[in-house]
Design a protein around this ligand. Structure first.
Ligand code: HEM
Length: 346
């Protein structure tokens, strides 16, 4: 993405870029490379799969189904149910074609991929049959693509929006990167532990804009009491991370973007839960934090970023299972003079 941004802009003057589609494409390709060992950039399937992920997240938002709140009105959701089933079929066909292609090419492939390992396990288990395995492998991949793409890309987009509205924080993050890495090479994963302020920016972004604002709906396995409320078995439970993260009883000036609140481990400390908690906590947290750190850090390291106009970036939120921006982020950018030699080698 950095290389594309560099080659798409002019050397000296600022160019305008719409970041959402670029960031989502990057997250998607990243996951695809891990799962299938190949980059789907520009392929016909990749574009439509992106649309499918977006559509699924907007349909699966906990607040979009009336029947979840008033069960006898469940029939009013018939249209959404039909759309979800159609979407599931399309997604299934797309993934099946990738799995079939992988099986055909598997012998020639040198690198191990996640799908390769799963298919090998399938072959070594004589008890299994192909249909049953597809029923395990495909949902696993869908879960990863669904959970691991726009969560990361939306977080980078929100972080950049916040930084554009707070140029002093953007400068502070850039100064830290320059001091730690310099301008002779690109930021790498191993640099992240040495960039505490960048980490604070990410934590503060996830506090204000948690990628899954109501986490993922859970169901009580047993009858229980929570905060004095009786919860029958089988009740859908939503955790409002968004409200917890902005609770004025917990946070000083909760609406303010203040990465510094996480600098002091004894300060407001880690009272956020953007990845959930307990056994169903996000298993992709480590990967998500690294991907967001590398992408955001490299964007800050390589380019000067500015708002498109004088007015602040509009921070209106969209809806769905995840928390996208209502309008894709547009920004002005130009390569940093000091990074030109690194960028021109990409
Ligand atoms: C900034 C990035 C991310 C955020 C903020 C995030 C957040 C979350 C949250 C809030 C949950 C629900 C936890 C709960 O209900 O208690 C979740 C679940 C999940 N996440 Fe993430 N996630 C991110 C990245 C990823 C990545 C990169 C992957 C995969 C590679 C991933 C895979 C999953 C899976 C498979 C689940 C379902 C776990 C289960 O149901 O047991 N996530 N994530």
């Amino acid at each position: 993405m950095i290389s594309t941004l560099f080659h798409e802009c002019s050397d000296k003057e600022s160019s305008k870029v719409e970041l959402k589609s670029k960031l989502f494409g990057l997250a998607m390709n990243n996951m695809m490379r891990m799962i299938f060992g190949k980059d789907l950039a520009g392929s016909e399937g990749a574009g439509s799969f992106r649309e499918m992920v977006k559509e699924a997240h907007s349909l699966l938002g906990a607040s979009t189904s009336l029947g979840d709140f008033i069960p006898f009105l469940g029939w009013t959701d018939w249209k959404a149910r039909r759309t979800i089933l159609r979407l599931a079929r399309r997604r299934d066909e797309f993934l099946q074609s990738l799995i079939d292609e992988h099986i055909r090419k598997m012998k020639e492939m040198e690198e191990k991929t996640m799908i390769g390992v799963l298919l090998e396990l399938q072959n070594s288990d004589r008890q299994s049959n192909n249909d049953e395995d597809s029923m395990i492998i495909k949902p696993l991949i869908i879960g990863l693509l669904q959970a691991g793409t726009d969560t990361s890309s939306d977080t980078v987009e929100w972080a950049m929006s916040l930084l554009l509205n707070n140029p002093d924080k953007l400068k502070k993050a850039r100064d830290e990167i320059d001091a730690c890495i310099g301008n002779d090479r690109l930021l790498q994963e191993t640099d992240l532990p040495n960039l505490p302020y960048l980490q604070c920016v990410i934590t503060e972004t996830l506090r204000l804009y948690p990628a899954a604002p109501l986490l993922v709906p859970h169901e009580s396995a047993e009858e229980c009491t929570v905060g004095g409320y009786h919860i029958p078995r089988g009740t859908m439970l939503l955790v409002n991370a968004y409200a917890i993260h902005r609770d004025p009883e917990t946070w000083a000036e909760p609406e303010r973007f203040e990465p510094e609140r996480f600098e002091d481990p004894k300060g407001e400390g880690n009272k956020t839960l953007p990845f959930g908690m307990g056994r169903r906590r996000c298993p992709g947290e480590g990967l998500g934090v690294r991907v967001v750190g590398i992408v955001l850090g490299t964007m800050i390291q390589c380019f000067e970023w500015e708002r498109v106009g004088e007015e602040e970036v509009d921070m209106t939120e969209g809806s769905g299972l995840t928390l996208p921006r209502a309008k894709p982020l547009e920004a002005m950018y130009r390569p940093r003079e000091s990074m030109l030699s690194v960028l021109s080698r990409l």
